[in-house]
Design a protein. Sequence first.
Length: 574
Amino acid sequence: MSYRDNYEQWLKDFACDEAVVAELQSIAGDEKEIEDRFYRNLSFGTAGMRGVLAAGMNRMNIYTVRRATQGLADFLLTNEENKERGVVIAYDSRRMSSEFALETALVLCANGIRAFLFDALRPVALLSYGVRHLNAVAGVVITASHNPPQYNGYKVYAEDGAQIGPEVANEVIARIDSLSFTAAKRISKDEALASGLLKIIGNAEVDDDYIAQVKTLSIHPELVKEEGKNLKIVYTPLHGSGNVPVRRILKEIGITNVSVVKEQEMPDPNFSTIKVPNPEDPDAFTLGIKLANEVGADAIFGTDPDCDRLGVAVREADGSFRLLTGNQIGCLMLNYILSGKKELGTLPANGAAVKSIVSTELARPICAAYGVDLYDTLTGFKFIGEKIQQFEDDGSHTFLFGFEESYGFLSSTFVRDKDGVNASLLIAEAAAYYRTKGKTLCDVMNDIFETYGYYLEHVTSTTLPGIDGLKLMADIMARIRKDPPKEIGGVKVAHVKDFLSGTDTNLLTGEVAKMDYPESDVLYFALEGGHFVCVRPSGTEPKIKLYVNVNHKEEAKAKELLATLTKESSLLLK
């Protein structure tokens, strides 16, 4: 069917939904808008669905959520035991999040599958923990993470608490694709509750146990109880789900001097105080810095709406605040965990850390210094979760820490996704610990650079929306893949790693080796000197991303090299 046929079909199928009909009729004269909403189904990948809220098959709405849930239900019903084990459902503060969460539950219940629905918004980590804690077969979280307010999303988790991997995702997708938008079963909330299939869960079922577990991740709990009261922190949940659990964990470990940005404390689906609710964006810290200067805070923490990402700003000696990058926060945590465990004699002989391929290589010498193995995965925290499960299954390693450059961190195994609550505990404790040594987190970061070299990075995201954007991204990747660069900015490319074909081509010898990674549309150029450039379309947004990472013993030369490689590598996207 053409996009026009799909548009007309929706008008017929949902004729009883006056709001949908009115919205679709309002765009009747906008052919481009109709095309964008109906040229395809909203993509459901290994990261689930994410899209703009509106009527249409390429949008997030009640009908795309019901259809996706019916597909998930059909997949789960291949095993009768899954009905009783059920699915845990969480949501954040975005528009329609609570409505989508309830619809998900009601479709599952209509299919005879138990649904455990949180009583209010919760971080992603609590969903991941809840799946494992309640022995559920799966989980669903309604969130679009750090995207602008017009977005929402739908992510599916497996029984291990990690997002579903490619193989399971493909099976779920096949079932979703076989369904019409009117095929979903559904019962009312009253029917679901009366049947016992729908259970509303809260602190007693999940939160209290989760917080108790997070506290076990503390490296120096007694020190923090003593020093924590002297550390001044400003925290902003950016209108999201981190407000209660982050403040609770900090208080319970002894970080009691926490000031919350009032303007950003409560849930707000419009995120009216910020451009985007993303702790990677310096603008997200504007109000936090203002408050920090008023109260004399040492550091500022910010979490995104679903509280899976943590951003940190630290006061410098001159009184200004330095925004740490995701890579820097990750390396500070990694260094703190490894050095702390070594100091206490608890560093395991088979310790391992995991990072995504686009995250800093600075983690490698840090791990080597402590005899810890470092593993790389594709971008997407589900792959770090898979690695944790692999370590448990084969007994080969003890997981210590995992991170992504996009501000995602995890030091536990009872959660299998990035965890802003876990991260808040770690970085606050590290700040308190180093304070007893007369150092700030900035001082420690500078020490790490001095010891291992200056590892710097730059990420460029180019937005290419709509059907034309998809084609342009595909054309860019095909062009680079056909004619990969042999040098960038005067630096030779040593290896071309194509994660779509699974090949690693050594340009110096001509040798081609196979890589053991899932298939993914990623091109990675390993340059001489340990630098790298990577190009990948985003899996959740209409963007193509360019990552540039460099290192040098001298800071000035590292900055110069980064500027050169960033400028030259940008030509790859032209």
